[in-house]
Design a protein around this ligand. Sequence first.
Ligand code: FAD
Length: 452
Amino acid sequence: MSGYDYDLFVIGAGSGGVRAARMAAAKGVRVAVAEDLHLGGTCVNVGCVPKKLYVYASEYMQEIEEGRGFGVNADSVSFDWATLRDNKKHEIARLNGIYGKLLDNSGCTRINGRATVTGPNSVSVNGETITAERILVAVGGWPFVPDIPGKEHAITSNEVFDLDSFPQRVMVVGGGYIAIEFAGIFAGLQAQTELVYRGDLFLRGFDQEVREFTATEVARKGIKLSFNTDVASIEKRSDGALDVTLSNGEVRVVDQILYATGRVPKTANLGLESAGVAMNSKGAIEVNDHFQSSVPSIYALGDVIDRVQLTPVALAEAMSLVDHLYGSGEGELPNYELIPTAVFCQPNIGTLGLTEEQARERFDSVDIYVSDFRAMRHTISGSEERTLMKLIVESATDKIVGIHMVGADAGEILQGLAVAVIAGATKRDFDRTIGIHPTAAEEFVTMRQKTR
Ligand code: FAD
């Protein structure tokens, strides 16, 4: 046992911090965790969880409409924002309680307050100095809004979940997955929605065909897509509406403008510079394979290291770190190459591994299998929605190196297939798998005809 107050002091009780704290405490390590906002961090409070609940809400609206083709008539369908928002609040409060209990039951000391680093082995919280053999910085990130005139009238993902009233006219700014998901939520809940992005197509880094297909589908849902466009200024009218002037001179009148233009590591004024912790130009803490910073007793993981900003990645990093510091040390390092992920736009995107563009750069020869079809449900739902499935195969080994889908439940479908791909499945393995009929997913094991 160290001569410090604690063996491990964790700053931030979000996805990564809570997992690391609980796992370490379960091994008998003396752990304290400081949190200055809400237990569970971004994911539970203003990220994955509330977002998915709102995605479900928007899908209900669509499905009720599509039910007409099946003889289901739910006339006078209406949406009550306050019910959704308040039910969400109750659920998040329940989850906050669960996180508190998990930490308490594992034997961690919980501290409410903002912690700052005061040295390699000391932190300050609520005016008190606490020492620890090791410090883990798991403070996450914070939305970034560019400096434009009127930026104070914009909201971010921190505010969007708890709006007093539901906006009828919404502009979403950004081209990443969060922007597209919120555009889908608002449009699904019947708001007039425009997505404005300064690049020529959203979802940079995703497979090009997936990006183009998604743009067609998202536009089909009634979202106005304005690419190569930016916001020049925002002005508030006396009635509360916002005049948004775009870079092309056009003016839009909206009730809310949501900025989803990226997140920055929350490292400002944390005492890291004076402690000598090296950070990159974006303020992300630089760490080695074992999440150790330039100060050997200070570690960092999750969004604050800005590798891959996803909850399961923060969890994997936390488990890897605890195993390295307090376990056998034989556990695997997180596999950043093969991270299955989903975008909960409508329809969903599910993806794993290389894009076609990356595969063509990496391998001499690749085989591409693409299927673009109308899912069975939409043969009579009245919806024009289409589904895209794509397999990328390295010709020399027959291995699946990339798998992508745009369609209903793509995230659910990809999770299972990801196990096969990570285990090294070949196209032949997919071909000899019997399909489950009738499903959309069976298409992944029946694509016989090479597309290119
Ligand atoms: P966080 O969860 O952000 O936790 C950091 C914690 O540290 C916070 O609670 C913060 O209050 C606290 N803190 C900060 N500074 C201090 C301090 N000085 N003292 C004390 N406490 C401090 N990921 C997915 O995998 N799937 C999704 O569908 C998904 N959707 C998302 C949707 C949105 C709108 C957003 C914003 C994010 C989404 N994410 C999603 C990303 C995911 O939420 C993050 O990757 C994840 O929460 C990162 O975990 P973390 O532990 O690094 O940080």
